[in-house]
Design a protein around this ligand. Structure first.
Ligand code: GLA
Length: 394
């Protein structure tokens, strides 16, 4: 896929300046937006993400030794480590992603070679577009390229996830790594996080997806995220005992079963469970609506997802709610919801193509109006649905 991303040019230029030679390859990894299916992946449920045309690029050249040198073009920072002793780094968190993937690939028996690399990215950090999965996937494919190892992409996604758990300290699910590796232009990826089986869902023409960043950094995301994971585990345990059969995850519970015991179930775990169980159904209904071109129905499902994330899962915030309101106040917006982990970051909206200009003009004003004087500065942009990561030889 030809690419004119500014991150690609930056990575190549900074490589020349930093290493005095040209890179051999550039690995391109997309950001992602989840259309629906939030906080379901680590509950073995369904998700429906898209890869988007915001890219992280790794320009690289192989070395003959076991040293890895990385320049982070946008951060004015660099890293150097030996593949013989890969440790996490406490000073700069970005360093843990390349280190983590190098560690996990070698743990799986593939001996890597050193590289010189420059990373540059157009994926906004902290907006919920998963710049973290992009950097993991970008470096994983780069490392593997230089030893000519072929790892099936779903397996590689699991390795990248483990790298994030071990080196970055976030117990993330599998969605982000899967879509960054398996995305397809003009399609969403319906992924069953129980067994990683997946299907491409064609997206209807005449609509565009808009990312509406609230301007609020996701400060609580990591700690609250891990708390939600724990609460889901507790819910599974309580439901296993009460329903009298062993459950592996919230995926094993139907809405009817949850309804039967809901009144006895303690808070907050019953609300958490209700979000996950209903959200799984919404994913399946939404992908069906996409296939049928039933855009209004799809829009309602997005709004229902937001309400459930706000009221039951409690991962929204004032600004995310205000953004959904601002988006929905413009004619031609089918639906909107927070996307990603929540606690700040961005909303996603599904917009009729001919309403796009109006949305980009009107929504920032209405958002600021609703929040008053200290409103953070929003940033809205339309995304195109991209392919998953790939390696370009130069
Ligand atoms: C983060 C995680 C994903 C997923 C979402 C919530 O983006 O990295 O695995 O759990 O939050 O849906």
């Amino acid at each position: 896929m030809p690419l004119n991303a500014s991150s690609l040019q930056r990575a190549v230029e900074v490589f020349r300046v930093s290493f005095g030679t040209s890179p051999e390859i550039v690995t391109v990894a997309p950001g992602r937006v989840n259309l629906i299916g939030e906080h379901t992946d680590y509950n073995e449920g369904f998700v429906l993400p898209i890869a988007v045309d915001r890219y992280l690029c790794v320009a690289a050249r192989g070395r003959s030794d076991r040293t890895v040198k990385i320049v982070a073009a946008d951060l004015n920072d660099s890293d150097e480590f030996s593949l013989d002793n890969v440790q996490s780094d406490e000073q700069a968190n970005w360093r843990n992603y390349p280190r983590g993937v190098a560690w996990v690939i070698q743990q799986n028996g593939i001996e890597l070679k050193g590289i010189d690399a420059v990373v540059a990215s157009d994926i906004p950090i902290g907006a919920g577009l998963s710049s973290s999965a992009a950097i993991e996937v970008g470096f994983a494919l780069t490392f593997l390229h230089f030893v000519q190892a072929n790892v099936p992409r779903p397996t590689l996604a699991q390795w990248c996830q483990l790298a994030e758990h071990k080196f970055a300290g976030v117990q993330c699910g599998i969605m982000d790594q899967m879509i960054a590796l398996l995305g397809k232009e003009n399609h969403a990826l319906l992924l069953d996080c129980r067994d990683l089986s997946h299907q491409l869902v064609p997206l209807p023409s005449g609509t565009v997806f808009v990312v509406a960043d609230t301007g609020v950094p996701r400060t609580l995301a990591a700690s609250e995220y891990n708390i939600r994971r724990r609460q889901c585990k507790e819910a599974v345990q309580w439901l296993s005992e009460t329903l009298g059969r062993p459950l592996r995850s919230l995926r094993d519970v139907t809405i009817e079963e949850l309804g039967q015991v809901f009144n006895e179930m303690p808070e907050p775990i019953r609300k958490r469970a209700r979000h996950v169980v209903t959200e799984n159904n919404r994913v399946l209904a939404f992908q069906q609506a996409m296939r049928e071109g039933a855009l209004k129905r799809a829009g309602y499902l997005l709004l229902a997802s937001h309400a459930s994330l706000r009221d039951d899962y409690e991962v929204s915030c004032r600004e995310l709610d205000a953004m959904v309101n601002a988006l929905m106040s413009v004619d031609g917006v089918y639906g909107a919801r927070l996307t990603g982990a929540g606690f700040g970051g961005a909303c996603l909206a599904m917009v009729r193509e001919d309403a796009l200009t109006r949305v980009l003009e009107e929504v920032p004003r209405r958002y600021v109006e609703e929040l008053g004087q200290n409103a953070p500065e929003p940033n809205l942009f339309a995304v195109r649905v991209s392919d998953g990561a790939w390696v370009e030889s130069l």
